[in-house]
Design a protein around this ligand. Structure first.
Ligand code: ATP
Length: 432
């Protein structure tokens, strides 16, 4: 089994990710997150929100509607050819393939001859209103970014920020991808964490460099292995006409280096488009010079699901007979697991339950009393729990418990009364 298969199977077996609508045979490009998957996703989103909104004084949060006025997508260029993927159809089996996925000039499924490239719009259509015709046609958002642009004036009017400042949003996005696949890498419903950072045009390059750096540092806090992340600068000739440059942070996936996080210099393209289509001025007034500025935008945009998958791939470790997920304790589904040494000794279970319920007030804690300790360690290792606490006979005598570390398997005795501080110290974050 290769790494992708191992991680995909672990995700299902342990309750991280299930195929969407599985009992009906699934539905291509849609996934459901089980109890452990939700926990990891929430940890990712909370950490991102913390570093991109809470610890900063220049970023404002937003949670906009998924369905917007269809004019938004006309203005952004998504309903034209701008957001369309170049596709080629096989003349024999009629399968469609993304041009950028093709290695050879023939159909990867049947070897048939391919048509010329055609653009295919990947926005998901829906109808809002009494009839299903053109007048009621709209779209599920293909990215969260556009809602930020259309709310700029609201943020300016209510919070009066000075440039540079940003607006951040986490939310679902939908794309009718032609070739969903590679597990969560390309799905049709996914979540994005996006920031639009508005700057004075002259400050654009400097801010772009800073955000590239900040995003990479964030990934280091999240705990990737060294050497599995790199920058990739998009070649000038492949950039959209308005773009001043885009750099991706790529991850070394089992199928090769691929985009994890896109950081784009979008200049004032989006704001001028929305100004044109809405008839509203979307300008910033400089408080000192009174000059009206059309701010430039830096856009760091990353997918939660793609990040999730890359983190699990990165953390998957086999050492001898042991398999464990070396996830950062900030990301793992549980911070700690608590066990009574044996399940049939009332006093042990009672003390262990007390310790567990107390830890649960401060940490995400899991309880396990099935099988023997070895099996329980094994199960916790596989889901990435960094510490296991065992309550044994010595606990009843001297009030200490065993704390076992996932990565080193080393054990130490800690006073049960000190556990809260012990784990809080271990979980202390590095602030960027
Ligand atoms: P790609 O070239 O892989 O289609 P993109 O350049 O269209 O990606 P963006 O529009 O820049 O992607 O989206 C920003 C981020 O959203 C990506 O870096 C990725 O992490 C995530 N993302 C985009 N499309 C998908 C998808 N279909 N499934 C999961 N995540 C996605």
């Amino acid at each position: 089994m290769d790494l992708m298969e191992k991680v995909t199977s672990l995700c299902k077996r342990r309750g991280f990710v299930f195929q969407g609508s599985e009992i009906y045979g699934g539905f291509g490009g849609f996934w459901d997150f089980g109890p452990l998957g939700v926990a990891v996703k929430n940890n990712i989103k909370n950490l991102w929100w913390r570093y991109f909104v809470t610890v900063r004084e220049d970023v404002f949060g937003l949670d906009s509607a998924i369905i917007m006025n269809p004019k938004v997508w006309e203005a952004s260029g998504h309903t034209g050819s701008g957001f369309a993927d170049p596709l080629r159809e096989c003349r024999k089996c009629h399968h469609r393939h993304r041009q950028d996925d093709l290695v050879e000039d023939k159909c990867p499924d049947c070897g048939g001859e391919l048509t010329e490239e055609k653009k295919f719009n990947i926005l998901v259509k829906t109808y809002i209103g009494p009839v299903e015709d053109q007048s009621c046609l709209t779209y599920l958002r293909g990215e969260t970014a556009q809602a930020i642009f259309v709310n700029l004036q609201n943020i300016l009017d209510t919070f009066h920020p000075r440039l540079p400042f940003g607006i951040a949003q986490i939310g679902k996005a939908f794309r009718n991808e032609i070739t969903p696949g590679k597990f969560l890498f390309r799905s049709r419903e996914f979540e994005q964490m996006e920031l639009e950072y508005f700057v004075k045009p002259a400050d654009d390059q400097r801010q772009f460099n800073q955000w590239k750096d900040y995003c990479l540092k964030f990934l280091q806090v999240v705990g990737y292995k060294k050497g599995n992340l790199r920058y990739f600068d998009h070649p000038k000739e492949k950039l959209s006409h308005y773009s001043k440059g885009t750099t991706d942070i790529e991850y070394n996936f089992p199928f090769g280096w691929a985009e994890l996080w896109g950081i784009a210099r979008r200049a004032d393209f989006d704001l001028t488009q929305h100004a044109k289509f809405s008839g509203k001025k979307l300008l910033y007034q400089d408080l000192v010079t009174n000059e009206m500025i059309s701010p430039y935008v830096i856009e760091p945009s990353v997918g939660v699901d793609r990040l999730f998958m890359s983190l699990l791939l990165d953390a998957y470790t086999e050492e001898g007979k042991r398999t464990f997920l070396k996830l950062s304790p900030l990301i793992s589904p549980y911070n700690v697991a608590v066990f009574p040494l044996v399940a049939n000794k009332e006093e042990l279970v009672k003390t262990a339950r007390e310790i567990y319920l107390n830890l649960k007030k401060h940490f995400s804690a899991s309880w396990d009393e099935r099988g023997n300790i070895g099996k329980r360690y094994c199960a916790q290792d596989e889901i990435g729990t960094p510490w296991c606490v065992t309550i044994d006979y010595a606990t009843l005598e001297d009030g200490t418990v065993t704390v076992r570390d996932r990565d080193t398997t080393k054990q130490e005795r800690v006073k049960a009364d000190n556990l809260e501080k012990y784990f809080k110290d271990k979980l202390k974050e590095r602030i960027l």
